[in-house]
Design a protein around this ligand. Structure first.
Ligand code: ADP
Ligand code: MG
Length: 260
C-alpha cells in the first residue's frame, strides 16, 4: 500500500496545523482525524479556534504550518516531486466542492430563490447538467422538509427553514464531508429541533459530518467521536461516553461542568 492509500481512508486528516492572526496564535498544532461515514462533534469554549479550524478545511483561511488532507488530497497544495506548489483558483474551487459548509447564520444568497440557492454551485462550480441538478435539488428540499418553499426567497422563511435549505445546498455538492459551525446557535429555541432532526437523519444515512455545537445531548446521541478543543489545541477526543462522562483532562471537566 502506498502512503496515499493509507491517507485516503480518512475523510479529514489534519496534522500539526498552526494559524495566527497577526500576533494572536489561534491554532497551536491541531491534529484531527475524521473517518469516512463517522460523525465528529467538536466542543470547546468560545474563542478556542473551532471556527478557524473548520474554515481552514475549506480554504476560507490559509494555514501557516501543518497539513490538511480531505479524502486523501492535500488541501491548498499540490506535490511536484519534492516541491509543494500552491493550487490555482480553479483547483481550489474543485477542492472546495468536496466539502459542504453549513454556517451559524445560514448564509443563503438573498437574491436567489430557495431552489436556485441549492442548484447554484452544482451548475456553476461543478458544471453539472441543469436539468439533473434541478431534479436532485427538489429531492433534497423534500428530504429536509421544505419542498413547498422552492420558489420563495430566504427572507420569506423562518430561521429553521433557512438552515434546512442551507443543509440541502451543502448536500447538493455531493460532498465527501459536511462541516457544521454551530448550526443551531442562531435559532429560536423552538426551531432547534427541526434542524437537529435533519442532521440526525444525515448521520443515520452514513454521511461524514463534523459538527461544532454546544448541544451536548445531541453530541452524545449522534457522535462517533467527541473532540474537545481549548486554546488552539485538541485537548482530548474519544467516544462520547468517554469524553463526556469520564473526561481525563481538567480543562474538559471544567468546560463540561459549565455547560451541562
Ligand atoms: P471559536 O469558533 O472556538 O469561538 P474562533 O476560531 O472563531 O473560535 O476564534 C479563535 C480566536 O481567533 C478568537 O480570539 C478570535 O477573536 C480570533 N479570530 C478569529 N478570526 C479572526 C480574524 N479573521 N482576525 C483576527 N482574529 C480572529
Ligand atoms: Mg465559532
Amino acid at each position: 500500500m502506498t502512503t496515499t492509500d493509507v491517507q485516503a481512508v480518512h475523510a479529514v486528516d489534519v496534522r500539526g496545523v498552526h494559524k495566527s492572526f497577526g500576533s494572536l496564535e489561534v491554532l497551536k498544532g491541531v491534529d484531527l482525524t475524521v473517518r469516512q461515514g463517522e460523525v465528529t462533534v467538536i466542543l470547546g469554549p468560545s474563542g478556542s479556534g473551532k471556527s478557524t479550524l473548520l474554515r481552514t478545511l475549506n480554504h476560507l483561511e490559509k494555514v501557516d504550518r501543518g497539513s490538511i488532507r480531505i479524502d486523501g488530497e492535500l488541501v491548498g497544495y499540490r506535490r511536484r516531486g519534492n516541491i509543494l506548489r500552491e493550487l490555482r483558483d480553479r483547483d481550489i474551487l474543485r477542492q472546495r466542492s468536496k466539502i459542504g459548509f453549513v454556517f451559524q447564520n445560514f448564509n443563503l444568497f438573498p437574491h436567489l430563490t430557495v431552489l436556485e440557492n441549492v442548484t447554484e454551485a452544482p451548475i456553476s462550480a461543478q458544471r453539472r447538467d441543469r436539468g439533473e441538478v434541478t431534479a436532485e435539488a427538489r429531492q433534497l428540499l423534500e428530504r429536509v422538509g421544505v419542498a413547498d418553499k422552492a420558489d420563495r426567497y430566504p427572507k420569506q422563511l423562518s430561521g429553521g427553514q433557512q438552515q434546512r435549505v442551507a443543509i440541502a445546498r451543502a448536500l447538493a455538492l455531493r460532498p465527501k464531508v459536511i462541516l457544521f459551525d454551530e448550526p443551531t446557535s442562531a435559532l429560536d429555541p423552538e426551531l432547534v429541533g427541526e434542524v437537529l432532526d435533519v442532521i440526525r437523519d444525515l448521520a443515520r444515512a452514513g454521511a461524514t459530518l463534523v459538527i461544532v455545537t454546544h448541544e451536548i445531548g445531541f453530541a452524545r446521541e449522534v457522535a462517533d467521536t467527541v473532540v474537545f478543543m481549548d486554546d488552539g489545541v485538541v485537548v482530548e477526543q474519544g467516544a462520547p461516553a468517554q469524553v463526556l462522562d469520564h473526561p481525563t483532562h481538567d480543562r474538559t471537566r471544567a468546560f463540561l461542568s459549565r455547560v451541562l
